[in-house]
Design a protein around this ligand. Structure first.
Ligand code: ZN
Length: 178
């Protein structure tokens, strides 16, 4: 970490641009997380390459048993409506946490621990908490800004500024710029 970066800005400036045509995957854990206007639903989204095909691996914060395997492991086409789609700009290591807070607000965080140089992936430890196995901090994602809930003080999770879900087009977008 550079010493000039000690001030935590509310939003990360790290490169991020993720689009997801949710209307093509209506029963997926990610679609259900952003569709739930009541809020309190989040989903870990990881892009993984397998034999040249991108899969989005999903891990919801609740009701995981209620999903079919195919709603947690999506095989992605490289084009939507004739436009190429890449999954290489999903934060530090192609992993995001996307969903709605219990106030219904859309949120997107990076999946890498901000206090371990974005080199350790977080895991669910309870409904609204993620844990880093390296530094043993837990982060709360339901309130504001992904703060450290337990463990040593430290940086909040990297949070991305624009999270847009258009119910009519069925397009979900996470990015750092308009
Ligand atoms: Zn950590």
């Amino acid at each position: 970490m550079c010493s000039a970066c000690e001030t935590d800005n509310m939003y990360s400036t790290h490169d991020c641009y993720f689009t997801f045509q949710a209307s093509l995957f209506t029963s997926s854990a990610l679609t259900r997380s952003v569709n739930n206007m009541a809020g309190g639903t989040f989903c870990i989204v990881k892009a993984v390459m397998d034999h040249g095909v991108t899969h989005l691996k999903l891990s919801p914060n609740r009701d995981k048993e209620s999903y079919a395997a195919s709603d947690l492991d999506l095989t992605m086409s490289t084009a939507v409506n004739g436009r190429a789609v890449l999954y290489t700009r999903m934060g530090y290591k192609q992993g995001l946490i996307i969903g709605r807070s219990s106030f219904g607000q859309l949120k997107a965080y990076d999946l890498q621990c901000p206090n371990c140089d974005f080199n350790y992936e977080l895991k669910w430890s309870s409904l609204y908490e993620l844990t880093c196995d390296k530094c043993h901090r837990t982060y709360n994602i339901n309130g504001s800004e992904g703060y450290v809930q337990s463990g040593e003080k430290g940086h909040n999770l990297a949070m991305y500024r624009y999270v847009d879900y258009n119910e009519f087009s069925g397009m979900l977008t996470v990015s750092n710029g308009p």
